[in-house]
Write a protein of this length. Structure first.
Ligand SMILES: NC(=O)c1ccc[n+]([C@@H]2O[C@H](COP(=O)([O-])OP(=O)(O)OC[C@H]3O[C@@H](n4cnc5c(N)ncnc54)[C@H](OP(=O)(O)O)[C@@H]3O)[C@@H](O)[C@H]2O)c1
Length: 386
């Protein structure tokens, strides 16, 4: 029985993680849940999973929650305040914390889980993009305390299990290409919010869905892979694979290539992370090989400049990735609000990265917070100026 804290329980990854728990009641026990705005769903989750601790940032919402739960669920302690998720992650005893928060808001909880000695199943890729050095420094001696949830990185973790690092020539992350694969830059400038939110393969939260439409998501995954597996950027490649069946490949120095194939269902990598290193039955249908054609194609780097931008900021290091991630969050929100066309998202991020004149080393959260708030403000100014 593994005890779990699930941060972002009302989101796409969070709800699928609870589905995994629901199917494996003898393996997992929920000891903490954290969410932000979806109170109704959270109440349902509390009633079903009876976690002893729940975190919700807004104190008024916390009070409402206490009243709603009332007589029936007395044993639940509600933690509130802006750092509620971080405190839950740090203070509540759990074998594993699943961080499925979205955006840079996830970093403090990632650090808290690792600093308090817990194992972290990490969906919140922004934690590694922004604070990769801080995060990896915390688990230098125990790398097994960080388990990836992202499907490509879960694939790599499986492919690299038991292999010698010096035998790896390169790793290849696949991406479906999102809803706009094959579109030109001109076409992309006219993409609507509705079209951008209609991902052909994965059902995900709005931020990652837009990141998938611009391929910023793939770019961030390159940085994530660099930190998780200690692989140089020159050895990390990206290829499009519209069917979403092959999640990653590894090429070894003898010319062998291994790949991981699975149906595009996030419950599989989530379950693998929660049960790591064990595999449990999922009920997810295996890939119907005879009915599938598997195709691969290069990324159109002109139409989707986010990939090269991510390589560039990854290689620059320091606070550049934090600036990219923060500016991207602001620009994605502006696109979702109809303020800017899709192509402006990466242009704005690129502009803010280019203006980042005082990069600092990532030795403390303070430097990251400073870079983050500067980038958010600068991105907002650029958006408002137009
Ligand atoms: N979705 C996928 O298939 C997928 C795959 C791979 C990686 N990821 C990564 O996993 C992370 C989560 O993605 P998602 O698609 O699940 O996002 P999502 O559906 O938008 O869910 C985000 C969750 O975080 C909660 N939240 C946001 N800010 C919070 C805060 N400050 N304090 C507490 N809770 C907060 C939200 O609460 P409310 O809903 O209550 O507001 C929600 O539960 C992202 O980093 C994404 O890149 C996702």
């Amino acid at each position: 029985m593994r005890s779990l804290t699930i941060l972002g329980s009302t989101g796409s990854v969070g709800t699928q993680a609870l589905d995994v728990v629901r199917r494996n009641p003898d393996r997992f026990k929920v000891v903490g849940l954290a969410a932000l705005t979806n109170h109704e769903l959270l109440v349902g989750q509390i009633r079903e999973f009876l976690p002893p601790y729940v975190a919700i940032a807004d104190p008024e919402a916390a009070q409402e929650l206490r009243e709603m739960l009332g007589q029936n669920v007395r044993a639940v302690e509600i933690i509130d305040g802006p750092d509620a998720a971080e405190r839950l992650s740090r203070d509540v005893e759990a074998d594993m914390v699943l961080n499925a928060l979205v955006g840079s808001a996830g970093l403090p909880s990632t650090l808290a889980a690792l600093q308090s000695g817990k194992t972290l199943a990490l969906a919140n890729k922004e934690s590694l993009v922004i604070g990769g050095e801080l995060v990896m420094d915390l688990i230098k001696a125990e790398p097994e305390r960080l388990v990836p949830v992202d499907s490509e990185h879960a694939a790599l973790a499986q492919l690299l299990r038991g292999e010698r690092k010096e035998d790896v020539k390169r790793v290849i992350l696949t991406g479906s290409g999102g809803p706009f694969r094959g579109w030109t830059r001109n076409d992309l400038a006219r993409a609507s919010v509705k079209e951008a939110l209609a991902h052909p393969v994965w059902q995900m939260g709005p931020k990652i869905t837009i990141d998938s439409a611009t391929l910023m998501n793939k770019g961030m995954e390159v940085i994530e892979a660099h930190y998780l597996f200690g692989i140089d950027y020159s050895q990390i490649h990206v290829i499009l694979h519209p069917e979403g069946i092959v999640h990653a490949l590894v090429e070894f120095r003898d010319g062998t290539m291994l790949s991981q194939l699975a149906s595009a269902d996030m419950r599989l990598p989530i379950q693998l992370a929660l049960a790591w290193p064990e595999r449990l039955p999922t009920g997810i249908a295996p890939v119907p090989l005879a009915d599938k054609r598997l195709t691969f194609e290069p990324v159109d780097r002109e139409a989707f400049p986010a990939v090269d931008l991510a390589y560039r900021v990854g290689q620059l290091g320091l606070t550049f990735p934090a600036v990219m991630s923060a500016a991207n969050e602001v620009a994605v929100m502006a696109f979702l609000e109809g303020k800017i066309p899709l192509t402006r998202v990466v242009e704005i991020v690129q502009g803010v990265v280019d203006e980042h004149e005082a990069p600092a080393s990532v030795v403390s959260v303070v430097n990251l917070e400073r870079a983050d708030s500067w980038a958010r403000q600068r991105a907002a100014e650029i958006i408002e100026a137009r």
